[in-house]
Design a protein around this ligand. Structure first.
Ligand code: ATP
Ligand code: MN
Length: 479
């Protein structure tokens, strides 16, 4: 085991007047004639540790201690003379592990724009903002597993390579080992996928749901949490080509049980981060406030970040049907004044502007909408007795829009197969899915939570590219 200590531990333990070793990257250095003050950060916490070094003793080494350099320090932990920090380290020995040329090191002391930091994503984890974000991302992942583990769910690993665009959820990325310069063709002139690696055409998964359903109909309660891919060419602040999705699937849950679980789950996730990452959340709250202050009054969020998170955990989500949502939209002043770009009528897919109106203007809290027209939803959703809607549910959040999409699944073989026919979903490819309805079918439900959308909400960041370490978006896969 290494002999150095994490700065987070050092600051917590406060073992004064002991000799310690710490290692990290230099954030700042300032010096007077006698002493130099070096702030180092090792990523373990938002706080940097102040190193005090006598100039006379460390003159040579201090020349190489510049912003961005990596150093190891051995010294005595003592109460700080300054007001900024409680403790500091009186350096006894300093070693430069890696220099950083001050002329070319991209991260200077001044604040950089998020756009610029995206271009130096290989270094942005060394900033306060991205340190906070990725520590929170870790905590949030951990919370997902904690929540389900505590409630008897099993973590199911569903495949990343699939042969079916079962859901029709979006454009897919093809997976192939065929030589693109010499594509084998069939007698009819089509691509001959029998010669491809899997002997058929394959893609990256857009959802683990169908396989999760197989899991639920044997293990009872399961969830997936893995990478998900959509080749949709939508350059928005809420879409990635590669993102992480959490998909619980529950035997014997109906749509109401499904909504209860979704609401309880997201509230738990928020509470977990508030409890486990107070310092990073405080930092992001201040960041959010500064960001909001630059916006026009009407675009400003009604609440601060922490205030909004506490608000969401304390209030129950509004639950309405799609038909009620349309009614509200039709009666809204926005509609009457022609402020919506997409006209409102029963049967349409709710656009982001409609979702945000409902959440941010009308209810001013998260909303769960159920009972969508069957035409705009996937084939596997349970058909309601009215013959025109399905037991779908979307959870909508302020500032984000859709954060969860889910449904009760159609468990009736005949109805399912009829709907697949109507929607031209190939039943031969999905024979295994249909067999769960043939053998021991049962009511069951599930949903998908976009992990990065949850991250956006919790961190108050405005762009989904800033809550995943190395974003994949159209024309962008640099790192
Ligand atoms: P949207 O309408 O916002 O594109 P969707 O209807 O395609 O979402 P679903 O297929 O229901 O979404 O996926 C479930 C969840 O996965 C969504 O609620 C969202 O949180 C997340 N999600 C979907 N597409 C993306 C994406 N491209 N990038 C990041 N998260 C996504
Ligand atoms: Mn989509």
């Amino acid at each position: 085991m290494p002999t150095h200590q994490l700065i987070a531990k050092v600051l917590k333990n406060n073992a004064l007047n002991e000799s310690i070793t710490v290692k990290g990257w230099v954030r700042t250095k300032r010096a007077n004639k006698n002493v130099a003050f070096i702030a180092i950060n090792d990523g373990s916490s938002l706080q940097s540790l102040q190193i005090v070094a006598e100039v006379a003793k460390f003159e040579d080494v201090l020349r190489r201690v510049t912003t961005g350099a990596c150093i190891a320090v051995e010294g005595l932990l003592v109460p700080s003379q300054g007001k900024e920090q409680a403790v500091e380290v009186l350096a006894n020995h300093i070693a430069v592990l890696g220099e950083a040329d001050p002329e070319s090191y991209p991260l200077q002391k001044k604040a950089h724009s998020l756009e610029f930091l995206r271009e130096v994503a290989h270094l942005r984890m060394r900033t306060n903002t991205f340190g906070a974000i990725f520590r929170i991302r870790h905590a949030l992942s951990f919370a997902v597993h904690q929540y389900f583990n505590d409630r008897g769910f099993f973590y199911l690993h569903t495949p990343i390579i699939t042969a079916s665009d079962a859901e029709g959820a979006g454009q897919m990325f093809r997976v192939t080992t065929l030589d693109l310069e010499h594509v084998p063709k069939t007698a009819e002139g089509k691509v001959d996928y029998t010669q491809d690696f899997f002997g058929r055409s394959t893609n990256l998964t857009v959802s683990g749901q169908l396989e999760a359903e197989l899991g639920a109909l044997g293990l009872g309660l399961v969830y997936t949490f893995g990478p998900t891919f959509r080749a949709e060419n939508s350059n928005t602040t809420r879409h990635l080509a590669e993102f992480w999705m959490i998909e619980p699937e529950m035997a014997f849950y109906d749509i109401n049980d499904n909504m209860d679980l979704a609401e309880d789950f997201v509230k738990y996730l928020i509470s977990y981060v508030l409890e486990h990452c107070p310092e990073d959340m405080q930092f992001l709250d201040e960041r959010f406030a500064k960001e909001e202050a630059t916006k026009k009054a009407e675009e400003r969020s009604a609440m601060g970040l922490l205030q909004r998170l506490h608000f969401v955990t304390k209030h129950s989500f509004e639950r309405i049907t799609y038909s009620q949502a349309i009614e509200i939209l039709l009666n809204s002043s926005y509609h009457k004044k022609g402020k919506f770009v997409f006209p409102v009528q029963w049967g349409m897919d709710l656009q982001s502007e409609h979702e945000r109106y409902l959440v941010e203007k009308h209810f001013e809290k998260p909303v769960i909408i159920t009972g969508y027209p069957k035409e705009i939803k996937a084939f596997y959703m349970k058909q309601n007795p009215d013959g025109r809607t399905v037991a779908a549910m979307d959870v909508l959040f302020p500032g984000i829009g859709e954060i969860i999409g889910g449904s009760q699944r159609e468990e009736n073989l005949e109805k399912l197969s009829q709907r697949m026919q109507e929607m031209h979903v190939p039943q031969d490819v999905l024979w295994w899915y249909l067999e769960t309805r043939k053998f021991g079918t049962c009511p069951h439900s599930g949903f998908g939570l976009g992990f990065e959308r949850m991250m956006l909400f919790i961190t108050g960041m405005g762009n989904i590219r800033d809550v995943i370490p190395f974003p994949r978006t159209p024309k962008n896969a640099e790192f």
